[in-house]
Each structure stands twice: as C-alpha cells, then as structure tokens.
Design a protein. Sequence first.
Length: 455
Amino acid sequence: MSGRSRFGEARHEGFRALNDSISFDWRLSPYDVDQSIAHAEMLAAQGIIPAQDGERLRRGLEQVRRELGEGSFPFADGDEDIHMAIERRLTEIVGPVGGRLHTARSRNDQVATDVAMFVRAHAQDAVERIRRLATTLADQAERHLDWPMPGYTHMQRAQPVYLGHHLLAYVWMLLRDRARFAAVAEAAGTMPLGAGALAGVNFDTDRRAVAAALGFSAVAENSIDAVSNRDFVLDYLAAAATCATHLSRLGAEIVLWSTEEYGFCEVSDAWASGSSIMPQKKNPDAAELLRAKAPRLVGNLTALYGVMHGLPLTYNKDMQEDKEPLFDSCDTLELCLDAADGMLQTIRFSRERLAAAAADQFLAATDVADLLVRRGMPFREAHGIVAGLVRRALADGRRLSDLTREDLAAQSELLDDEFYRLLGDGAWLESKVSEGGTSVARVREQLARARAALA
C-alpha cells in the first residue's frame, strides 16, 4: 500500500498510541474477511472491477483468513487497525490489485458493518447460553418442586414458597433476557455497507446482494444514519447489563444461602475457594463474582452512552470507543452465563434447613388475615387483629399455634379451631392457588409453560 497522504510529517508516537485500535479490533477480523469477500464478489458481478481481479481478491482473502485462523498472520508496526492490516496483507499476497478492494467502500461503513456482524453473532450466542442456563434452572426447579422454604421481603421472612417456585422466578427473568438479545440480533440485521464515508458511493453497487451474502435482512436506508448508528451496540450493552443484573441477584442469594446462618445450599467444590489462612472456610466465590460483575457491564453501557451523547453526525473518531466496552461485555457476560450454569448444575440444597425455616408459623400471618376476610371482616381490620396475635405470641415466646382459644377470642370472635388447622404443616403453602402462585399444582403448570417457552 502506498504511503502517500496529505501529511508531510510522520505521526507522533503519542498520537499513534492514542489512535491505533489494532490491539483490540483484531477481533473483528473474521467479519472483515467475510465482508471483504462479499464486497469483492459484488464489485466483479457489477462490472466495477474485472472478474479476474475479483477472483484474485477472493483467493487472497481466503489466504488471509487461513493465516488469521492459524495465528501466522504477519502483523506490521504500521498497522493502524485490523481493516488496514488485512488490506495491507492482501496487497502483499495479490499485488497492486489488492488496492481495488476498497473501491466503493469507506472505513466508516466497513467498520460499522463489521461491528454489526460481531454484535449479531454474539447476541445469537447469548440467546443459546441463556437457554442452557434457564434449562438448568428449570431442571433444578422440577427436582425441588415441593421443597418448602421461606420467601423474603426486605430480607425478612415473609411468606413460605416452594424452592421450585423460587428458582422458576429466575427462569422467567432469563426468558426476558433471551427476548432482549433476540431483539438485539434483529437490530443488528440492517447492513451499513454501501453508505461510503457518509453520502453513498459513485458506483452502481448491489447492496442487497452483499446483504444477502452476509446474512443481513435489510440495508440501511440512509447513508448518514448508516455510518453514525451504534444503536445496536447500545442495545447489546443494555441487554447484557440487565442480564448480568439478574445473574447478580442469583449470585447474591446463593452467597446468603451458603452461609452457616442460612445453610440452605452448598456449592460444589469445583465452584468454591478456600481461605489462605482459615482452613475451615469454603467460600462461594463464583456466586460472589456473579454478584460483582454486573456493575462492570452497566459501566460499559454508561461509557458508550457518554461517547454517543451529543455527537454530531456523521462518523467521528469518538466512535472507536464502542469496541472495548462491547468486547468486554461480550466476554464477561458469556463467562458469567457459563459459570452460573456450571454452578447451578452441581449445587446441593438442604431440604431440612429449608423446611425448618419455612415452618416458622409467623409466615402464615397473612393466611390468618385472609381467614378473617373470608368470614366477612375487611382486610385492614383483619390485618390489625392478626398483628395483635403476633405481638401476643412474641411477647410470651410462643408460636401462633401455642395461643389459647381465650387468646384468640380476645382478638376476634371469628377465630375458632380453623385457626389451628390452617397452621398445620404446609397448609398455608397449598392455599396459594391463584395463577402464578406457589401451590404445587400451580408450580407444575408454571414449569410446563417454562419448558414450552424454552423449547
């Protein structure tokens, strides 16, 4: 490639360090080769370059692909980015005809197309990884369908639920995540290539043929929008941040449940670490890292919003800053999804500890209030009556079932022996018969719907 340009001075090393992106955008190389082959074939088919030159370009690019795949690609000190490196190497292989490749193309639409292809591929990959994790959670929910446990609000025991019901909550979160990444793949399905630098190109290109060859469903309608659009990157980063936030909540619960104070579960040794000084320790570090990674992905989203905020049309060098947050979010999310899946496949739950915590009769307080409601009392009045019962039991260190009939009568004449029957083992769990509730029948229905959604 020629070194001619309008500049009479060499670039300052400080500027090169600031400007060059090849240290990270080499990851776009498979997409850049695919795009370049499709572009060269279109140029030849349209008669913009001779057919024999199109074939030489294709063969040269296939050699470049092999070198990149084998790790033998000869990067050079002057390579500013992966796009220029590939064109330089192509020209070394095929000679001056390599200079024809950039006909009817700018780095602006070239880069945007590579990034769109990268986002589409990783969004589709996220869809599959999420499906695997959600399936693992559904399997665990089915295995622990009717294991009672306390549900919490404000980190206080609130109402009992089944462990299967609790685990299915994460399945539905992940199904929403999957839908978001499917939408990201669709958003990245519009091809920028053919927009040139910003105004289109001076050749009768066939953009739709290139789009079809590269798997795009449409071409960008406006050349200005095509080169300045990074919405699909923001979409991926937003979906990744939300998904990672869901994983952080899962990780946080596993951390809590693994403590001696809870004792609800134990992660396998393969997903835990020891202490450098305390030999008795088994730390759920994988779960802790799931909890900690989410802010990093949120930060990547915020960083790109900062770059794009107020940015004049069309392309600006600022937009080079889209890649490192994107690459980091892809790597981090994929790692976290795989780790969560591995950890959840091998986690062990303690039925005894879960059941003991769920047996706390104060968790049935709402059910007692509902008993009074069914007998005609307004709920707010019933709420106060039961609060008085709870206060009396706590003051004497008794369970609700230890209250005497006189204690009940002192609060309300509507309370009778059904109060004691309601507190029987599991009765208040099976009373949650509303759709989406925690009774076993409803959890079975929910699991079937989750399985269908995953299929």
